[in-house]
Design a protein around this ligand. Structure first.
Ligand SMILES: [Zn+2]
Length: 303
């Protein structure tokens, strides 16, 4: 399918979902009239942003303290810059406007809608890291979330001008009258009127050249997905979403107690492991705090 045709289809999908007319025209006008701050790179880049860490209760993951190195999970954000456009992938646990950076790590205590609480450590707001890399939120062409949980969607409203790539069952759950588990709808409410592409295929090739692919991996949530990247120098990488939270869970095969479908998760993991074995891609477990700490952060990038 040609590039132009794909764009046309995206717009049609958006019109089915959102109130289309003037709002969309206004968005398109804005995006074509405003120049991107950073020039498009000549090859694929992956930016990793420090969006903090959080303490977690291991029993929610059916794990014992003796089985894992730490109960601290990273909550990173990512941006892909492709010659044909940009994609944000997961946008943090705490909205930038909900905390004040100090130059030192900031302890942040939050209460979720179900009244459970979490303790996080935050270093830098997402949008200031994005700016350091040369991008404004309006420069982002696509937004994809691995899934709708609160620790992945915090700054979603900042990217409402991007085209949202989402699976139908995930979007439906996010705006349902009865919300699924621990979600924070006000953090992504603006996406309801975003230009939206409903992703139906198991594998969705974002830029049409096979280097940036959303891969269906349901179970943790109904439309949970991972992101496969073909980086010229780094090699192939799969960003895990929450397919796993701990590297140890990969061998132990423990499924979190709060997964939406307890049987889908093992099936999605098996499929992903088979893909990793044949492609040779590295799996980057996004919540793995040791891994994320070891990665270079924006404005540096992987290519
Ligand atoms: Zn998570």
């Amino acid at each position: 399918m040609g590039h132009r045709k794909r764009i046309a289809l995206s717009i049609v999908a958006a019109c089915v979902l959102a109130s289309c007319g003037q709002e969309q025209a206004a968005q398109q006008g804005t995006s074509s009239a405003t120049k991107a701050s950073a020039p498009a790179p000549s090859s694929l880049r992956l930016y990793v942003f420090d969006c903090g860490t959080m303490q977690t209760d291991l029993s929610r993951f059916r794990l014992e303290a003796s089985e894992v190195a730490t109960n601290v999970l990273a909550t990173p954000c990512f941006m892909v810059a492709h010659p044909r456009g940009t994609l944000m992938w997961d946008v943090g646990a705490v909205p930038d406007q909900d905390w004040m950076p100090t130059g030192s790590p900031v302890a942040h205590h939050l209460t979720l809608p179900d009244q459970s609480t979490r303790d996080l450590m935050l270093n830098k707001p997402l949008l200031s890291q994005l700016a350091e890399a040369g991008y404004r939120p309006e420069d982002i062409n696509y937004l994809a979330l691995s899934h709708y949980h609160w620790d992945h969607v915090a700054n979603a409203n900042a990217f409402a001008s991007a085209t949202w790539l989402v699976r139908a069952n995930e979007r439906e759950a996010m705006f349902a009258e009865k919300l699924p588990g621990t979600v924070t709808p006000k953090m992504y409410s603006a996406l309801k009127n975003s230009r939206t592409t409903i992703v139906n295929e198991d594998e969705h090739d974002v830029f049409g050249d096979g280097t940036v692919v959303l891969m269906n991996a349901p179970g943790h949530t109904p439309g949970h997905q991972t992101l496969y990247l073909k980086l010229a120098q780094t090699g192939d990488v799969m960003l895990s979403g929450d397919l796993y939270h701990f590297t140890e869970a990969r061998a132990l095969k423990r499924v979190p107690t709060f997964d939406y479908d307890q049987t889908q998760t093992p099936a999605s993991r098996e499929k992903a492991e088979a893909f990793l074995a044949t492609s040779g891609a590295k799996l980057w477990i996004q919540h793995d705090s040791a891994l994320i700490a070891s990665l270079k952060k924006a404005p540096e990038y992987y290519e």
